[in-house]
Design a protein around this ligand. Sequence first.
Ligand code: FAD
Length: 411
Amino acid sequence: MKRNRVDIAVVGAGIVGMAQATLLAVRHPQLRIAVLEAATEQPAAPEDHYDPRVVALTRASQQLLEEVGAWDHIVAARACPYTDMRVWDAEGTGSVSFSCRDVHQPNLGHIVENTVVSAALRAQLDTLPNVSLIAGFRLDTWWRDCGHWHLQSRPAQESVAEDLNQQGEIVETRLLIGADGARSRVRDLLRIRCKDTDYDQVALVCVARSAESHRHTAWQCFLRSGPLAFLPLSGLGDEHHCAVVWSADRELARELLMLDDTAFALNLEKAFEGRLGAIESVGERFSFPLRGRHAEAYFGPGAVLVGDAAHTIHPLAGQGVNLGLQDVRILGEEIQRALKRGLEPFDESVLARYQRRRRGDNEATLRAMSAFKSLFGAGELHWRWLRNTGLSMVDASPLLKKRIILRAMAA
Ligand SMILES: Cc1cc2nc3c(=O)[nH]c(=O)nc-3n(C[C@H](O)[C@H](O)[C@H](O)COP(=O)(O)OP(=O)(O)OC[C@H]3O[C@@H](n4cnc5c(N)ncnc54)[C@H](O)[C@@H]3O)c2cc1C
């Protein structure tokens, strides 16, 4: 059995885990870091078509990706800056539009395919001598002695053939960072409970081609059955492709999934009120059940949670990865501060400060998303009046809009 001793082990090579490992490795060349990833292969960005899973990266996320050296890779691959955002209520007259011109910025953010971000982080991670990615390592069991975590990728009773990581490697570390997504094994092993909200919705994602250009605008329409977003894509020819995220009640989602492409495109065009003209074609559809989760604590002894392992939120404001990257930034700051003061990164006070700085903010965002979802899902007249009046009031107040934009860009 091979043993690998490192200073920090990050479990999960999603966007958040790789960003965390890269940030720590760039800032602290003396630290040895391992990233343990269950999958054996990293998804690569397709060259001739768009990946339907995208993220709307804010300025704050861009800055972090610049610091770790991944942003240039992202721009060189493909990223679509969006300059405007339109939000409206399908059941009323309320609407609001935001523009980067209101805050004198070149854009409000970028829409980037998940695989493009992952590939960029991976390329950067591979250039750093003090970090290594161990693929095929599905964390399953662990034990701790004298402050050291011993991480194992397979239970003792399973045969070696079932083990993805054939060598049965044990990784030993003093700080464990759980970036292993919504169904985090690290969170379970730490026995951290989660507040769980079933949104009773499924997100349907696909790429659609519209007759008209997307005009570098992110579009979001609130339907009674859930929000429908069209997020602009560019980099493969014209500007007529959008990533569609349609969050719908389960029953409707099931019906939409069963339609053939032509019928689905017609339904999509109708729900979107034809704002970009006819929907000429749609790509393969994928579906994700939507749940909100929030870990009751973000750390245990020598271990800490970041990204979806700590919180998952409704995609209606496209904030999941952005919140995760803010976790990465704050944990990075706390570790840097600790090292400057001669403290160990796994010291309880370091992890507690990270939790204090992140959990309240994330809780507020989770609550806001739940409130939005309820408000826009309500059919009663008074709720419809309230949301339409609210949208129109925001639209009529340049100062309020400016504040909202600046806050969203910093998230
Ligand atoms: C439909 C939809 C649309 C979305 N749109 C947006 C958007 O526009 N903007 C935005 O910011 N966010 C969006 N999100 C949310 C965003 O995708 C997630 O917040 C983000 O992917 C979480 O990243 P992560 O790295 O924390 O977790 P993940 O991406 O889940 O990565 C976790 C990694 O850990 C690995 N892993 C799991 N278990 C183990 C184990 N035991 N051992 C080793 N490795 C393990 C997994 O293989 C995976 O690679 C959306 C989500 C959905 C469902």
